[in-house]
Design a protein around this ligand. Structure first.
Ligand SMILES: CSC[C@H]1O[C@@H](n2cnc3c(O)ncnc32)[C@H](O)[C@@H]1O
Ligand SMILES: [Zn+2]
Length: 443
């Protein structure tokens, strides 16, 4: 008989929801984690003869599933949560958010805001997020401290800010960040031109050149409001998506955040080019931007992931909330209860988002060889009893407060509901300090 192989970690929950293959739920099974990766998923009865774990987690009332992936957010904006509510996008940006960013956004603001966001996301079962904000090195520093995984947007916008003076300055700072962060397995970078209404053709063309040379994707706000489209038609004579298509920007490296207002032809164009949509249902409702045609997108095989957008427009970074919201909204908007079923919402928040980020070989499902980015959700309390269908509960009944454990690359970031990498008090103190500063300015 072979001697058992020493391994880092055994996780033995009541259920394993691997997401791939679709519909599979394992019981009486264990995950074996070693060197940050999933080494094996096997019947519990076979573990003793095969593996000698240095650490074991028996989680008798939990479901273990892939970590949730927030495909569109502005993490540092958590410091502006509730600063301006009940306003539509353009007045929200122009009259409240951009002035506040002009006055306050700095490396320290981004670091502290991102730490607050990471604490919230980890507690809510998010292990990876696609960010888009100024000072990506400050974001990276907070993400590393938290131990999360992130795609960092290299922001470009055709107006000066405290971060950069002009398009070339944004691009150069972004590329320097990309170089400095290369080789960190949990961090990747992506160009993040803000939106077609703030970025001109020349800048998009420059980004396209660099994106081809460096194999960098593009993450952009697109077709978020009807006003964006009307203005584009007035200024350029075409709708924003067509403008990006004419510039040659559409392709499998493009993540379009929102995609609320899309014609059938535009959905076909997105499908044809393999573009991805980051669907942000709560932010779209709160800013009264509209409801994205998710059912049509899925019918046309456009890859759709889920995002929260920033906490200033959501006002939560709660991916369990987004899964539920996406499923309910698609049903209500289409009049078809079958249009976005629980398993699909779960896929959107995991595997689809991983695919959009080009990370589906690394994260998004629990498969042997993938990184051990996973979460445990307790389904034993009154909110989730009885339990006939685990996937149904994960989408419709459970919430972020049921998340008990979070691992990224096999490292535990949340244990029995407690943050392990971040000091909750410190994060809160910093948030309070920023609240005072922002309040003093607005009075
Ligand atoms: C250029 S980095 C981020 C930039 O985007 C602003 N922002 C935040 N949320 C939204 C949204 O829903 N649509 C458009 N722009 C948004 C943020 O305030 C930053 O200025
Ligand atoms: Zn956004």
């Amino acid at each position: 008989m072979n001697t058992p192989q020493p391994v880092d970690l055994l996780i033995a929950p009541q259920w394993i929801v691997p997401v791939v293959p679709r519909g599979l739920v394992l019981q009486e099974h264990a995950l074996i984690i070693d060197a940050g990766h999933i080494l094996d998923i096997l019947p519990l009865a076979d573990v003793r003869q095969r593996y000698l774990p240095r650490q074991s987690h028996h989680l008798p009332s939990q479901a273990v599933m892939p970590g949730l992936i927030n495909l569109h957010t502005h993490a540092a904006m958590s410091l502006m949560r509730g600063l301006a509510d009940d306003i539509a996008l353009m007045p929200w940006l122009k009259e409240h958010i951009w002035p506040a960013e002009h006055a306050f956004v700095s490396e320290a603001f981004v670091n502290d805001g991102t730490l607050l966001a990471c604490a919230e996301m980890i507690r809510g079962g998010t292990t990876c997020f696609a960010d888009m904000y100024f000072y990506p090195m400050a974001t990276a520093s907070a993400v590393k401290q938290a131990g999360m995984r992130a795609s960092l947007g290299l922001v470009v916008i055709d107006f000066p800010t405290g971060y950069a003076a002009d398009a070339d300055d944004y691009i150069n700072k972004g590329l320097a960040a990309r170089d400095a962060l290369s080789g960190i397995s949990t961090l990747s970078t992506i160009f993040a031109p803000h939106a077609p209404y703030t970025v001109g053709d020349r800048t998009f063309e420059k980004l396209l050149t660099f994106s081809g040379q460096l194999d960098l994707g593009i993450h952009v706000h697109l077709h978020e409001t009807q006003a964006e489209i009307t203005e584009s038609v007035a200024q350029y004579g075409i709708r924003p998506l067509q403008r990006l298509a004419n510039l040659g920007l559409l392709g499998p490296g493009l993540i379009a955040a929102h995609g609320v207002h899309l014609t059938q032809t535009e959905i076909e164009l997105l499908a044809e080019h393999g573009c991805h949509i980051a669907h942000c249902p709560t932010s779209n409702l709160k800013l009264a931007s509209g409801i994205a045609p998710v059912a049509d997108l899925l019918t046309h095989a456009v890859n759709v992931g889920l995002g929260t957008d920033g906490a200033a427009s959501n006002n939560r970074l709660d991916m369990f909330g987004e899964m539920r919201m996406a499923a309910l909204l698609a049903k209500g908007a289409s009049g078809n209860a079958e249009v976005l079923q629980a398993w699909r919402a779960l896929e959107m928040a995991t595997l689809n988002a991983a695919q959009a980020l080009g990370l589906d070989g690394v994260i998004g499902s629990l498969e042997i060889g993938k990184a051990a980015d996973l979460i445990a959700v307790d389904l034993s309390d009154v909110e989730t009893q009885p339990c006939f269908d685990v996937v149904s509960h994960l989408v419709y009944a459970a919430g972020r407060s049921e998340v008990t454990h979070v691992w990224v690359e096999g490292r535990c970031l949340l244990s029995e509901g407690q943050l392990t990498t971040l000091d909750r008090r410190e994060v809160l103190e910093k948030a309070k300090l920023w609240q005072k500063r922002l309040q003093a300015k607005s009075m």
